[in-house]
Design a protein around this ligand. Sequence first.
Ligand code: NAD
Length: 420
Amino acid sequence: MNQTYNPYDNVLKVVEDAASILGYTESDIEAIKYPERELKVSIPVRMDDGTTHVFEGYRIQHSTSRGPAKGGIRFHPAVNIDEVRALSAWMTFKCAVVNIPYGGGKGGVVCDPSKLSENEIRAITRRYTAAIAPLIGPEQDIPAPDVGTNAGVMGWMMDTYSMLKGHCIHGVVTGKPIELGGALGRNEATGRGVMFTTKNILSRLNIPVKGTTVAIQGMGNVGSITAKLLDKEGMKVVAVSDVSGAIYNPGGLNIPEILKYLSKDRRNLLENYEEEGMNRISNSELLELDVTVLVPAALENQINSDNADRIRAKVIVEAANGPTTSQADEILEKKGITVVPDILANAGGVVVSYFEWVQNIQSVMWTEEAVNEKLKNIMDPAFEAVWNIADSKHTTLRTGAYLIAVKRVVEAKAARAIWP
Ligand code: NAD
């Protein structure tokens, strides 16, 4: 099963499909098929037990054609160069589809934060930041949180970078603690964007929001906020999961209680959560539930050629990056399942990261209401544009999103021309 899965192949396939519909030649898109820069670093860390362990890390800039590279830092045992490459390219096209002035980048360290102490995580963060410092900066490449990292890690990155440069540089990372220039609303932004997108797609498909059933895979930053906001909107979240497995209640789960339990300790997992009427199921069973909306919010390659045939949801809203493979896309399209692609559905995070960077540069602070409203004002028109182009060209929403994004990236690249 999926032994040869390489997420970067998925990126190339969808870019090439969109380019051919746009009438581009191979030469028009040749340059955007390769990441601009790839840095691999070794990160020696003195562990709590006194031993030295060397971790492997990456920072990749896929494109800076439309602006500085932008994208998160992942701390996860499965991080590898192909994954970081794909994640960096998805950032390029995500920033393009919502039309914010950034290119795409991504970074990662091969480590398991659930098995590390806070001291060890901070040591990894500082040494990693020092190792990638030549590439990053508010005008070059701006990291943010991703799987396994959070505002705290961004605070340490900002401090390390500032110490190396000798002065305080807020704008080097986004998703920081509020005290360090973080944006109000950034923590909830990705999930909020997923909520706006879910409402938009339901409206287009004439499905009522109230009582519509939802299953969410992954209860980290993105999954938990998505669950909270969809529940608040009156949708019925019947299943959620994390790395320890899934819980399912056909009558609807008690989302506020689940969130309270998970937020008590970062090590709390759903396997120890209990509520009346719930059943335990596996993560693969969650994906195959008979629900209206399925929200993958964990990792790549979750819906693939092995299980796509068994997916019963009517709509998939991709909160994670790359949860659906190209082969699965074809199967889902034949089954009539609508997929709202990652580069659109989860763009809320990078949009508010952009707001944070803009505020940092100007040394101003916007209210949370203003941030949420500005986010909606970007997400809703971006959804409409993708829906309309997919409708007029008779393509999937993924191809529609790439039609917009690839065109913007290719045009920016062409306007700059190849240097020298
Ligand atoms: P996170 O580390 O906060 O949470 C990840 C969650 O997934 C955890 O609940 C973990 O237990 C769960 N998980 C891990 N492996 C799993 C598995 N095999 N099955 C089920 N659950 C599993 O990460 P996050 O920031 O919420 O990111 C989740 C996804 O959203 C990633 O694809 C990330 O790239 C994407 N994303 C994140 C942001 C952001 O702002 N954080 C923005 C856009 C996209």
